[in-house]
Ligand binder design. Structure first.
Ligand SMILES: Nc1ncnc2c1ncn2[C@@H]1O[C@H](COP(=O)(O)OP(=O)(O)O)[C@@H](O)[C@H]1O
Ligand SMILES: [Mg+2]
Length: 260
């Protein structure tokens, strides 16, 4: 039985940390009427993990996501991605870093209406001077992953909301980002199409080794994640324990305990 004990003792090496937030705080407004949107948030996200951050409207989800993505600067605290401190970079360096190492998805799909689905996906690389022909195979694969191969020549107006969000996700992945950040990615979708997006995000992590952070107020969506962190009034009030997988009802109940 020695080998069994041996196996049990062997610890699984932790996945490398992709993102580290330390004491993140964001206060809007002036000194006379400060609005604290995010307060002292610290968070560490390992490679190949799907993290959901759940919170009610106004709890600071978008503010936090913008800070993690380097779209906004904190009043205090730091964000490191792959060891690079976003908060120490010049605006120009941070813009480049975002374009090259991050993928960001919003509730609104923000596609260019004059371009086809495929062209929208390739666009971020063209900004960096990459020729579309040299990335054909990669774009084919991405379109397959988001199940849009058959719709790739359509313009956004000819696509459903769910399809448009899948284009936006493929576009966010085209630079092979260290992390995909999503702000209420299903906020404009009905629940059936929303669930499709959550399943896609989960598959990106499970089958393609991506790292995802998504903020949402929906227990149904968050239940697809590996970790669920609960935000209330700009602070992390707890993490819902996974116990080998979530279901939406359990998440909703635990969320109500933590955030209620
Ligand atoms: N640009 C801003 N100026 C002032 N207050 C803001 C700004 N953005 C957000 N807030 C405030 O910060 C808090 C958190 O907002 P937000 O991050 O948008 O929350 P959520 O995305 O969870 O709905 C809210 O009280 C909101 O009114
Ligand atoms: Mg928001």
């Amino acid at each position: 039985m020695g080998w069994l004990a041996n196996l049990r003792d062997r610890t699984i090496p932790p996945m490398p940390t992709v993102l580290e937030a330390d004491g993140l705080t964001k206060v809007y407004g002036g000194t006379r009427d400060p609005v604290p949107a995010v307060t002292d948030v610290s968070l560490s996200v390992g490679e190949g993990t799907f993290v959901a951050i759940m919170g009610a409207s106004g709890s600071g989800k978008s503010t936090l996501l913008h800070l993690l993505a380097g779209l906004d600067m904190p009043s205090a605290g730091r964000v490191r991605i792959e060891g690079h401190d976003l908060t120490a970079m010049s605006d120009h360096k941070r813009t480049l870093f975002r374009r090259r190492r991050l993928g960001i998805v919003f509730q609104a799909y923000n596609l260019l209406p004059a371009l086809t689905a495929r062209e929208n996906v390739v666009l971020p690389l063209m900004v960096d001077g990459v020729r579309p022909r040299s990335v054909q195979a990669k774009v084919d694969e991405l379109l397959r992953t988001v199940d849009l191969t058959a719709r790739q020549t359509h313009r956004p107006q000819a696509l459903s909301g769910g399809e448009q969000q899948r284009v936006a996700i493929a576009r966010a992945l085209v630079n092979d980002p260290a992390i995909l950040l999503a702000d209420e990615p299903t906020g404009n979708l009905d629940s059936t199409h929303g669930q499709e997006i959550w399943r896609l995000l989960k598959a990106l992590v499970r089958d393609h080794g991506r790292t995802v952070i998504a903020v949402t107020h929906e227990a149904q969506g968050a239940a697809h994640a590996d970790r669920i962190i609960v935000l209330k009034d700009g602070r992390i009030v707890g993490e819902i324990a996974a116990d080998g997988g979530f279901d939406a009802a359990l998440v909703a109940a635990r969320y109500a305990e933590l955030a209620g």
